[in-house]
Design a protein around this ligand. Sequence first.
Ligand code: ZN
Length: 569
Amino acid sequence: MTRVLITSALPYINGIKHLGNLAGSMLPADVFARFRRARGDEVLYICATDEHGTPAELAAAEAGQDVRAYCDEQHQLQHDIGRSFGLSFDWFGRSSNPPNHRLTQHFAEVLESKGLIEERTDKLIYSIDDRRFLPDRYVEGICPHCSFPKARGDQCDNCGNLLDPVDLIEPYSKISGSRNIEVRDTNHLYLRQTLMAERIRAWVDAQSPNWQPLARSIAYKHLDEGLIDRGITRDLEWGIPVTKDGLPRPGFESKVFYVWFDAPIEYIGATVEWAEGTGGDWERWWRTDKGAADVEYLQFMGKDNVAFHTVSFPATILGSEEPWKTVDRLKAFNWLNWYGGKFSTSEKRGVFMDAALELLPPDLWRWYLTANAPEGSDTAFTWEQFQSAVNKDLADVLGNFVNRIAKFAESKFNGVVPEGGEPGPLEAKLFADLDAGIADLTANLEAIEIRKSAQALRALWVLGNEYLQEAAPWTAIKTDRERAAVIVRTALNLAALYGRLSAPFIPFAAEKIGEAFGEAWPAPWPREGAAAELARIAAGRAIRAPEVLFKKIEDDQIADWAERFRGEG
Ligand SMILES: [Zn+2]
């Protein structure tokens, strides 16, 4: 039994996530976690909300809420909606919780003791009326490139140019609208990544052969461009306070750690939360001197997050010179796009997780998003593709097979797995095809090839319909009841096997299948050959046809949804 630690990139707190967020980190992490649990590994899947930073403050202000109350509410919403989607995290923590405060302050103090953090003086915008320094996004003004009147301090939304707030013409505070602002000196902490460049490259060289090509290429791109020293504190109220020797750091009383410094540390923080909440031992997952050396650690993320996981977080971990576990396998995803544009949380463009579940059950979305995972390149959501995946794969192939054979057994064998007869040549061919197909599916899941895994699973489902078509139990029953018994017994076992093989992808339907065929749930991943696996449910067991597993999506439904969730462009 291997211990497998899985983390997926932390969803940001500013609202329910869209299907693109789900497809590019949390869902594939969940599929993999479920697969490894079914194989008998000890899995710890950790996720958490990322709660600090300017956008959280802005979203709270827009909602008219105190930032802590806003985060409390949004965290609970994201937790509940994730569970409704079947995301099987062992813990869904919060980067604002005490363990992350302690760990973040610990790392900063250790890094400073190693000479890797220094205090520097920056020139920043200070709002005299607001009596505070303004983060980039809190300053607006006229764009120096295109004269757009409401350019943000970090970027102009009209022309797309990245900006420095001091470049803005006639700048004003977004908080109060005051133009009574000036440039002032203020001190911030800098993580001296330039001193770490050699160590990080050596670490990437050693680790990256196990990473996906996309993650590896992005990591080397950042290393080749050269690391820069990064400011890791900000002038904000909401965040982790900056300390020195365990006390508030002089001159930093109104500053907090930058969200990008503390967010990845929450992978550890959330594991501490899990330990405190369950009585588990977090150190055996994270401290290589306390048992974590043989943990297999996998991270799942979108491509925009790779640099933070391959350079910034390793700088924190390696710089501490403490025995922390680092990532073994890193899986990055491209974008799932929305009709040629991007899904956008801030612009509320696309289908969001809560709206998706109001339309249809989670398995339908899970299947589409895994079968069309944005792995090799960006992919685009379309309602037609979604309808096709649900109707053709789930309803016509898997659902049809399971219901057809279960109903047949109900009507011809009183819902009892029939005895008698011996497997013949058709069964021998089925066993061989299944053995090859299961090996293919298992290998692709092990390699985290999500799209290929879904294809392999679908190919396995197709085998069932082909077998029934050829074996034709409805004909056999008229002349040879023993032969019909073999076919029905084999096909019922096959339907139950599909429940087990499909569970990582469509856990709700899989469990319904398991229940209908009297399987203890969750059921293990097949270990024996198909001949033995298809003898698992013995003659005499009572089964029943499950309720309709997948309802087909009608043309007028997708026309309606396309209108409601109008795509851009
Ligand atoms: Zn502009």
